[in-house]
Design a protein around this ligand. Sequence first.
Ligand code: XMP
Length: 310
Amino acid sequence: MDHQQFAEGEVARIKQEGGDGIAINALSGGVDSSVVTVLAHRALGDRCKNIFVDNALMREGEPQQTVQIFADMGIPVELVDARKEFLDALKGLTDPEDKRNAVTDTFYRDVFAKCVRDSGATFLLHGTILTDIEETVDGIKRQHNILSQIGIDPEEEYGYKVLEPLKTLRKDGVREVAKAVGLPDEIAQRIPFPGPALATRIVGEVTEERVATVRAATGIVEEELGDSDAFQYMAVLLNDCATGIRGGKREFGQIIVVRSIDSIDARQATVREVPWETLHRISQRITEIPDVNRCLYDLTPKPPATIEYV
Ligand code: XMP
């Protein structure tokens, strides 16, 4: 289908389904929610309140940069600081599904519900895509943003309706629509970054300190692999330690895994062959992060692995 037509169709649908109501749009800065933001802005203008929730799990500088990109496009986005709420909800949790549920509940039940109440919004726009729905329904993984498809009625559970304009598209289709609606390449080509953010890259408990470690490693990986056209690349903090030597002293330190994959739509993935020198440089830089003394490269395709670790 023509992507311009798709965009126009969804703008019309948002207008129709939204009626005279006020909408809240959760922008994460990824291509999915960015496209939804543009569609909603076109459909509703000021009646769509755009929010970026800082959940303490974002990459370095990401909340501020995202708000700025949209401000430059004339689309106002409010930054909501919910770092404490998310870190509190994640405290003590180690099971992947428990962590995802904590992020989902904090997002919808606490932070968003409050934004909705404060703004008088009757519905929420969401960048759910087809792959999210399929994997959750198939029981592979509970994506944080899936509600009605697994029997959660958001109106009953959280008090508002959810519109999902991208739910028939996969990632490649969303990128085409992003270009069609004039989003800059910086967004249209941005590598996927999951809603639960760095929590999906921390095996074991998510603490402020552990987020800082994986955030630093993520910055290095994104800098070193930013020019590659891989589908996705990331750093992951394991929940284990390894013996190492630093300053002539024995140290039982953290382990970071680097992953870079090729994929079309994230349903399957193969491992990217990163040049040896690049891997060496990444390893050297990552092991300069305090308390990290090992850096591994993940050679596992999807399946059997998923792309994220949580
Ligand atoms: P997995 O790890 O399931 O990831 O192979 C497939 C793709 O989806 C992204 N991902 C998520 N995106 N919310 C999201 O918005 C989530 O909960 C989530 N989990 C994984 C992942 O980065 C990859 O591109």
